[in-house]
Design a protein around this ligand. Structure first.
Ligand code: SAM
Length: 242
């Protein structure tokens, strides 16, 4: 997968060299480049923002540098890249969207700052490539860089070969509309607290049932919205009894 990220703080993306995302970069699974938006400015101050039309507080990112950046990063290749624009006004980022993005050959991220990017940049790009405004959640950050770190971490772990044990993807939270059951490791007793007996029993059927019950209970308690959205066809009789 190719990834291009445009930001006025390219150094904010340095953590993308670490851990498993860094490894995916190093081994070529991810071909990633971070670009400084100011390299597409032409004035002595390398200006990227101006006051908002209609008045109001804050500054808005000017369209010209963004237009040039997108012309350079999406010069007409087929299929075009998918443009992701982090925004608190975007669609919520979910595991389902992470899977969708992991199947794309080329992603371009446009990191907004200030009050965001002039809307015409997105409207103009939309005539040439798919554009998705994505929100991390119902709160407001200073800029899109943290959102890009989050989105790319979620997407990279779905790419083939990135996780040592791809089985983890099938079991984890949000894989099947449920939260994962609690996990334990050695020692069996720690500060007087025991690992549940069933997990030490070696009885795989009982363990699977316990994990399923715990996942259902936890989801019901913490995320009743997820439980309500479960497809009834995905439940078995023992789930309903639990
Ligand atoms: N004026 C914008 C609004 O009210 O919708 C908020 C702009 S915010 C201060 C600056 C930038 O931070 C945004 O352009 C976006 O890139 C990023 N950002 C802020 N909150 C975000 C969120 N919840 N999810 C994704 N990106 C966010």
């Amino acid at each position: 997968m190719r990834v291009d990220i445009v930001s006025i703080f390219p150094e904010y993306l340095a953590p993308l060299d670490l851990s498993l995302v860094g490894k995916a970069r190093a081994n070529g699974t991810l071909r990633m480049a971070v670009h400084d938006l100011r390299s597409w400015t032409h004035d002595v101050h390398r200006t990227v923002d101006d006051t908002p039309y209609g008045g109001g507080p804050g500054m808005v990112m000017r369209p010209e540098p963004w237009g040039e950046a997108l012309d350079a990063l999406a010069p007409g290749e087929l299929p075009p890249p998918r443009l992701l624009v982090p925004s608190p006004a975007g669609v919520p980022f979910t595991q389902a969207l992470a899977y969708e993005l992991a199947a794309e050959p080329h992603l371009v991220f446009a990191c907004g700052r200030y009050e965001g990017i002039d809307q015409r940049v997105l409207d103009h790009a939309a005539a040439r490539m798919p554009v998705t405004e994505v929100s991390l959640g119902d709160y407001v950050l200073f800029g899109g860089e943290v959102a890009v770190l989050v989105i790319l971490e979620a997407v990279t772990r779905l790419l083939p070969g990135v996780l040592g044990n791809a089985g983890s993807l099938a079991e984890e939270s949000h894989a099947h509309g449920l939260l994962e059951a609690p996990m334990y490791t050695k020692p069996a007793t720690w500060r007087g607290l025991e690992v549940p007996e069933v997990l030490r029993s070696g009885d795989h059927g009982r363990i699977a049932r316990w994990r399923r019950d715990e996942a259902l209970a936890r989801t019901g308690l913490r995320r009743p919205d997820m439980l309500a959205a479960l497809d009834p066809a995905s439940l078995d009789k023992r789930d309903v009894a639990a």
